[in-house]
Ligand binder design. Structure first.
Ligand SMILES: O=C(O)CCC(=O)C(=O)O
Length: 220
């Protein structure tokens, strides 16, 4: 499992993304794209995990994690969150008035956490996991700026399964600035102060009929 991350070959020689690592024989632009460079930085690393490994990792995460669909209140009415989620980490995590108790990462998550922490040189100690059953599952506009998170906030987001668009807009604006296709096995890195200035979403779409898992690694 996860023995050969593509990133071991495709080193990104950037001040924050893969700091201190050498290039492989691929060019920086081929592997890592800078999505946002104003008011925080956001980088997209295609194929951080290779195709075969993505499939087995997806299946393992889907069967081993304790997925749940919690209720939330919107304008006094109760709805279920439009996806399944779960939390693993050294600290309790709260968002949308849902409290997710701390719990130890299973080995499968711990291995991914270690690979990403080593690559980014950031010691993550929590992960919010999302399971989108199809394009009708979504994640509304928000920032990852919960009080539990250590400042400066750095977040690494690994995507597996169906490709979905990650919408970006400036905080306080209603117009989407851009959208990034999050491919199977890709890693998105949002560097401080990105969460202070940008909001993101995974919008509903009729085009997607298969499942997607997203892991966002955090520090608290
Ligand atoms: O599913 C994604 O790519 C985004 C997840 C997300 O925004 C979050 O967990 O806060």
């Amino acid at each position: 499992m996860l023995s050969t991350f593509k990133s071991e070959v495709h080193y990104a020689n950037h001040s924050q993304f893969g700091k201190g690592r050498r290039f492989g024989h691929y060019s920086y632009d081929h592997v890592v794209k800078k999505i946002i460079s104003e008011n925080g930085e956001c980088f997209y690393h295609q194929e951080f995990i290779s195709g075969d490994e993505c499939d087995s990792l997806f299946l393992e995460l889907k069967s081993e994690l304790s997925w749940r669909q919690d209720p939330i209140q919107i304008f006094g009415k109760e709805f279920l969150i439009p996806r399944f989620h779960c939390w693993y980490g050294d600290f309790d995590y709260q968002y949308s008035n849902i409290t997710l108790k701390k719990q130890r990462m299973p080995a499968v998550l711990e291995k991914v956490r270690q690979e990403i922490s080593d690559f980014l040189k950031i010691e993550f100690n929590g992960v919010l996991c999302n399971l989108y059953r199809d394009g009708q599952d979504s994640n509304g506009w928000h920032r990852d700026n919960e009080k539990e998170l250590i400042r400066p906030i750095h977040i690494a987001s690994l995507s597996l399964g169906a490709e979905r668009y990650f919408g970006l807009r400036r905080r306080g604006e209603t117009r989407m600035d851009q959208k990034v296709l999050l491919e199977n096995g890709s890693l998105l890195y949002m560097a401080h102060p990105f969460q202070d200035h940008w909001e993101h979403q995974i919008a509903k779409t009729k085009k997607i009929t298969n499942e997607r898992i997203n892991l966002t690694f955090r520090r608290g």
